[in-house]
Design a protein around this ligand. Structure first.
Ligand code: MOS
Length: 743
């Protein structure tokens, strides 16, 4: 492959569209004759609807329909093992019965001529409920933890209970140890772009312009709801204004938009308000974790125990791999992990950037820091002494492993050797200064993906796959892969995404888009080159007509003899006949490779915090991330993701927390004034460095993925720095002023 554009920091190809307002988001796809829908949400935590007084509202100006369980058509909701939806439980069926399962559950939708009329009518709709007291918190005395059905399955990998050696015995038998409980808040994704869907029917065919990270899942879900073939559903989403996982699933508002459009026989636009974004669009589950780690006096780990409890909803089971990294990240003969769910009367949690990993690694990396302090050992040295040679959870070799290199490179650049290890020893006036470090790891997955390539007679190349771009720069990076593989200028490539009728792509999540779709684009470009060679020998008008294909090849954008003799044809000359070349291929990882190696990316985070000694205010002063992620397609884009990961990690460490009113499950801070996220003043200079890493096993492009790895170690690095500054271990996220005030 030509290296001309692969690995280069070219600007985003869709940058001009975005800054000029030309990029269209779901909300902006207005349809002619369109009406507006506004959802009415339940105001109790659990119970049932007793009555709805719709008559007066139906008479209000502009109102076309008031749809609730009293008059909604019965929907099919055919069994559908959603590719992204929880496999266990009964999905929320909107307007199909009077039961209320959580605060904010949609109970009605108003359709009106204008948004204003629909909103006004929604506020006027009166419902009476029979309400009970919901259980909203996992530490409620009435809570009943369960083993997740999915992890109890014989072949379950994710988050199952596992043990090697005898962890509890080894823990009891060792002198130096840490045993701590970490509590982490529920978080909501809070992307800039709220959810929105525009729905339009023609007969039995449905088109939606809908915010989605996974248009194929949205198609499958809508087909299942309405009992129509997936081919009858077209989902379109060319741009996503941030998502972090909230747009992987198809939440209730999407079906409601389609239902409303069907009932009124007109296109309908439905957008969630910021407040509604906290009700039924998923969230990072609240968790409690116990981490217990023991080591010899020489700092060799003898036991790790990691027990996690997380919330799920009572009607669906959501699981994530909280304890998975604990099994392999460090060398330790005795490791036990345990995972429990507490069903609560709330909406179902979902994937949120580094789901599970981010949570579990916080406890592990803080626990390790506490152990280092107990041993009076540098935290990097402790990790060095416990570096495994193979993945001890399954005995497989690592395809590549750069944790220590990330730590050592970062330590050098950050000036770690200047750190006085004694907590509270570094000051800057009234500010207590702390330096903290943490490691990060996440799997380097690749899912089967398809891509199509079309070589056009005028020299342009069209590439497509039904993936998405929620911010990483998919449009740009895929164009780079195609340009580099074909050996043509990147300006000639047009990569398209975000339509459910495009070649199959996996979810745009899990950090696997570059590895999955990127390798599919590469394969499709190689297939296009083969097709070009076949065309050249088969076309009677071609100067290569009659040759055997094996003497020709495509190289650096032109086609000619392998031995270098004679003329070479570029795409325009080759396709002079006028017929484009169309190919479509699949790329996937072989089972053999998948079973042979342990494949992970790694990173290390260093941060300096300043804590106001009197007021407990925490400021991040600087942060450095060093990443071992295989090949980097576009350092500018990758750096942008890494900065986003650090900003998200700062939010997780110090700000983000969704608080529920325990009386009714209402999220009390469901708006951006009280659900805090970092703003410019909270974010210092952020430095990033990518190791030069070559991993030939992961996939042909050598891609490991970064979108989630880059948030995982950030919060523990901050928590460890806060300890170093103050001598206080705050084992709760977010770390708030209240945690730091007092002795
Ligand atoms: Mo994500 S949670 O990979 O969108």
């Amino acid at each position: 492959m030509s290296t001309s554009v692969f690995g280069q920091s070219i600007p985003r190809v869709d940058g001009p569209l975005k800054v000029s307002g030309g990029a269209r988001y779901a909300f902006e796809f207005n349809q002619s004759g369109q009406l507006y829908a506004v959802i009415v949400n339940a105001t109790i935590g659990i119970g049932r609807i007793v009555s709805i007084e719709a008559t007066g509202v139906e008479q209000m100006p502009g109102v076309r329909a008031v749809i609730s369980h009293l008059n909604a058509p019965k929907l099919t909701y055919s069994p559908h093992k959603g590719v992204i939806d929880p496999a266990v439980g009964e999905r929320l069926r909107v307007f199909q019965d009077e039961q209320i399962r959580f605060f904010g559950q949609p109970v009605a939708v108003i359709v009106a001529d204008t948004l204003d009329q629909a909103e006004h009518a929604a506020t006027a709709l009166r419902l009476r409920y029979d309400a009970q007291a919901p259980l909203t918190e996992i530490d409620d005395p009435r809570a009943q933890p369960i083993v997740a059905q999915q992890t109890a399955a014989a072949n379950a990998r994710v988050a199952a209970d596992r043990e090697r050696g005898s962890a509890d015995q080894a823990f009891a038998d060792t002198d130096v140890k840490v045993d701590a409980i970490f509590r982490m808040a529920r978080e909501n994704h809070s992307p800039m772009e709220p959810h929105a869907t525009v729905a339009s029917w023609e007969g039995d065919s449905l088109t939606v312009w809908s915010k989605s990270q996974y248009v194929l899942n949205e198609r499958a879900e809508l087909a299942a709801i309405f009992g129509i073939p997936p081919e009858n559903v077209l989902v379109i989403c060319p741009f996503v204004g941030g998502a972090f996982g909230t747009s992987l699933r198809t939440w209730s508002h999407v079906g409601i938009a389609a239902l409303a459009a069907r009932v009124v026989g007109r296109p309908v636009k439905l957008a969630l308000t910021r407040k509604q974004m906290f009700l039924d669009t998923g969230h990072r589950p609240r968790t409690d974790q116990r981490i217990a780690i023991a080591a010899t006096n020489q700092g060799k780990l003898t036991a790790i125990i990691h027990e996690a409890t997380a919330e799920t909803s009572r009607y669906e089971e959501f699981i994530e791999g909280i304890t998975n990294q604990t099994e392999f990240l460090y060398s330790c003969p005795n490791v036990r992990t345990r995972y429990r769910l507490v069903p609560t009367d709330t909406s179902t949690p979902t994937y949120m950037r580094a789901p599970g990993e981010c949570t579990g690694m916080h406890a592990l990396e803080c626990g390790l820091d506490e152990l280092a302090a107990a041993l009076d050992l540098d935290p990097i040295e402790l990790r060095r002494r416990n570096e495994p040679t193979v993945d001890e959870s399954n005995g497989r070799p690592f395809s590549s492993r750069s944790l220590l290199q990330c730590l050592e490179t970062g330590a050098e650049r950050f000036g770690w050797s200047q750190r006085n290890p004694r907590p509270g020893s570094m000051r800057d006036g009234r500010w207590q200064i702390g330096w903290g470090v943490a490691g990060s790891t996440r799997g380097a997955p690749q899912a089967p993906a398809d891509a199509s390539v079309r070589l056009l007679p005028d020299g342009r190349v069209e590439v497509a796959s039904a993936t998405s771009d929620m911010g990483p720069g998919t449009y740009t990076s895929m164009a780079q892969v195609a340009a580099a593989t074909l050996g043509v200028p990147v300006e000639r490539i047009k990569f398209e995404l975000g339509r459910s009728d495009m070649p199959t792509a996996p979810s745009h999540g899990g950090s696997w888009t570059m590895a999955s779709v990127g390798n599919a684009v590469r394969s499709a470009c190689l297939a296009a080159q083969d097709a070009a060679v076949r065309r050249a020998v088969e076309d009677p008008a071609s100067i290569f007509h009659g040759l055997t294909a094996d003497v020709l090849h495509w190289k650096d954008g032109t086609l000619g003899r392998k031995n270098g003799e004679g003329p070479r044809l570029d795409q325009v000359a080759l396709l002079r006949g006028g017929m484009p070349i169309d190919v479509r291929t699949t790329a996937s990882r072989s089972t053999d490779i998948a079973n042979r190696y342990s494949m992970y990316g790694y990173a290390a985070f260093f941060t300096e915090v300043a804590v106001d000694a009197d007021l407990g205010i925490v400021r991040i002063r600087r942060m450095l991330g060093v990443y071992g992620i295989g090949k980097v397609v576009n350092p500018r884009l990758a750096r942008s993701q890494c900065i986003g990961g650090m900003v998200g990690g700062i939010g997780m460490a110090l700000m983000e927390r969704t608080v529920l009113d325990q009386r009714d499950g209402r999220p009390v801070n469901a708006h951006m004034a009280d659900y805090l996220v970092p703003v410019n003043l909270d974010v210092p200079t952020l430095e990033t460095q990518f190791l030069d890493e070559q991993d030939d096993a992961v996939n042909p492009l050598g891609i490991k993925g970064i979108g989630e790895l880059c948030i995982i170690g950030v919060a523990p690095a901050i928590a460890n720095a806060v300890y170093h500054a103050t001598g206080k271990r705050v084992r709760e996220l977010p770390i708030r002023i209240e945690n730091l005030l007092g002795a």
